[in-house]
Design a protein around this ligand. Sequence first.
Ligand code: ADP
Length: 254
Amino acid sequence: MEPIVKYDDLHKSFGDTHVLKGINLDIYPSEKIAIIGPSGSGKTTIIRLLMTLEEPTDGDIIVAGENLWKMEVGGKKKRANEKHLRSVRKNIGMVFQHFNLFPHKTILDNCAMPLVKVKKYRKKEAEDEAKKMLDRVGLGDKYEAYPANLSGGQKQRVAMARALVMKPKIMLFDEVTSALDPELVGEVLGVIRDLAEHDEMAMVLVTHEMDFALEIADRVLFLDDGVIAESGTAEEVINQSENPRLQDFLKRFR
Ligand code: ADP
């Protein structure tokens, strides 16, 4: 089976700071991956690169067989233009720590808009699709509400519905529960659990929820100082690894 995403010797620096130091990673269709690791180890950068929010310093990212940042023109490779990036990015959805909803639009508009703008759906079709996804995340009674009138957990579920309407082949979740009050974490994890169990798309979660990673991840990556220091099943990495840096890191969650 071909990977849906392939990182090939990927490096990323910000000025003099070498953040990712050669990431090699294949993500397969429908695979659920959790990325764990200390703050500043580069977890968010890995997924922001896939979402094209950052550009690699060196190396390649291949998505559904297409090089994300390089395109071929007349047999030669050149830097991808915006059209190429948009077309490859259609495969990818992302949910952020801080929701990023449009405050002056209803929940329904927030979810329907990307279908109208990017996929050129008619308004009615887009709204029908958006309603289906809002129902799925348990917000079927909130179509006309505005973000300000929702709890953090509800906002995060809207953000998920908005990403899901695009039917991405891979969904990225960047610490989506870390800005929430503890009592709201469960409802958001519940939606992710439901997606992991019933949806075919690949999922990558940056998370500090070790129990949740153990429960849903097919594979866990421990990122340390810009490299994937451990990779294996959740059980192998979280419960059995003898890597002292990983044990040190895990102690903070036990
Ligand atoms: P993590 O998600 O593991 O906490 P990040 O990927 O957010 O780590 O960040 C890794 C390192 O890259 C940190 O040292 C951070 O300060 C730095 N970094 C991330 N984004 C930028 C940026 N846009 N400009 C400069 N430095 C950045």
